[in-house]
Design a protein around this ligand. Structure first.
Ligand code: PLP
Length: 394
């Protein structure tokens, strides 16, 4: 298995994230010597005659700030092509709509972000008659059993939201290869710092840049990275000519700025998450903790092999009533109850109480326990985080 950890570009991840010595993301240096790529707000660019013409004509199709971010995203994932979208869902839906025809077939892991699940069940199945098979992808044999010669896409989210389950990217990539089927991975929870699905054989990687890549809870965005030129062209055509769901120049700037501190933030997120996970594991009102960094996680070994770290996302099952759980959430002072994840501040989300849409899923997808609490561990002092939980838990 190729481990991201063993790669020389992995050793240079910090250098790549900062963007040093990178002429692609710093083309402007030729002109002004800016250290930070500027925000190009122009919607249109003066036409130039001649064979080469203009690099940019109209900002829906291409924009210098977006092009710099897209090159940076591709480098971070170790891929050839990067595309920046207006949201994680725009990245996922454009990938699915481009790769799966009406009446096509998708095999998806059964624990995925609720929005992706709704996209598959309501839009792909509901409007386009696409046949969706949700399978427990923790066992690659379940994926192999569901894939047929007519499957158009295999989709997996690992680690998954909110159950923090993993699937073996390389094993599923081998199945996808056997059937000549594209394999897409939503790697949002790991971020490019801790997981490199393309190196493990995936064809397409999707991120909600809203989360770790931007990292400061102030920009909604998404990314797709692939080595496959044909797929990249299909997606770029859908994005630029049809759907028009690209990331704005200002948001590109925010994501590019966030990326520079991604390695430092991820190390800190992971260190804090490990302390919070160990604290929760010892608490008598916590029935179970789902964190891939814990030896007790059933897929700890797989996590150690295919990820180079365990990231900052965990969930736990509260041992008590929903009323007690609500009181716990209201008693928190350092953690903020709220949706989203991957920012510098710690957040908790109880899907059954706070996000009814997330909680109500199709029967085919994995059940979410009513007292499940999802935790995005931020960058506060770990002692303060544990003390906040200790005080708020009954
Ligand atoms: C794993 C995962 N993928 C995709 C998305 C969708 O991203 P966005 O909210 O940026 O559209 C989310 C949002 O929470 C997510 O958690």
């Amino acid at each position: 298995m190729t481990r991201h950890n063993d790669q020389s570009d992995r050793d240079r991840f910090g250098t790549i994230a900062v963007g040093a010595a990178d002429t692609e993301t710093h083309p402007h240096r030729d002109g002004t010597n800016d250290v930070v790529p500027p925000i190009h707000l122009s919607t249109t660019f003066e036409w130039a005659s001649g064979e080469d013409g203009n690099e940019h004509d109209y900002s829906r199709e291409s924009n210098p700030t977006r092009a710099a971010l897209e090159a940076q995203l591709a480098r971070l994932e170790g891929g050839e092509h990067g595309l920046a979208f207006a949201s994680g869902m725009a990245a996922t839906s454009t990938t699915m709509l481009s790769l799966v025809p009406p009446e096509g077939h998708v095999v998806s892991s059964d624990t995925i972000y609720s929005g992706t699940e709704k996209l598959l069940t309501d839009h792909m199945a509901g409007h386009l008659d696409v046949d969706i098979d949700f399978v427990d992808a923790r066992d690659p044999d379940n994926v192999a059993d569901a894939v047929t010669a007519g499957t158009d896409l295999i989709w997996a989210e690992t680690p998954s939201n909110p159950l923090i389950r993993l699937c073996d990217i390389q094993a599923i990539a081998d199945i996808a290869d056997d059937h000549d089927t594209p394999f897409g991975v939503d790697s949002t929870f790991a971020s490019p710092y801790y997981q490199a699905p393309l190196e493990l054989g995936a064809d397409v990687v999707v991120h909600s840049t809203t989360k770790y890549l931007n990292g400061h809870s102030d920009s909604i965005g998404g990314a797709v990275i692939t080595d496959d030129s044909e797929v990249s062209e299909q997606l770029a055509f859908a994005q630029r000519v049809g759907l028009g769901n690209m990331l704005s120049p200002f948001d590109c700037y925010l994501v590019a700025r966030g990326i520079k501190t991604l390695p430092a933030r991820m190390e800190h997120h992971e260190k804090n998450a490990m302390e919070v996970a160990r604290f929760l594991e010892r608490h008598e009102r916590v029935a179970s903790v789902h964190y891939p960094g814990l030896e007790s996680h059933p897929q700890h070994e797989l996590a150690s092999e295919q990820m180079s770290g365990y990231s900052g996302m965990l969930s736990f099952e509260f041992d008590g009533t929903l009323i007690e759980l609500e009181a716990f959430v209201e008693g928190l002072e350092v953690f903020t109850p709220g949706a989203s994840l991957g920012g510098v501040e710690s957040l908790v989300e109880v899907p059954s109480l706070m996000i009814p849409d997330e909680f109500s899923r199709s029967e085919a997808s994995a059940e979410i326990p009513e007292t499940l609490v999802r935790v995005s561990v931020g960058l506060e002092d770990a002692d303060d985080l544990c003390e906040d939980l200790r005080t708020a838990l009954p």
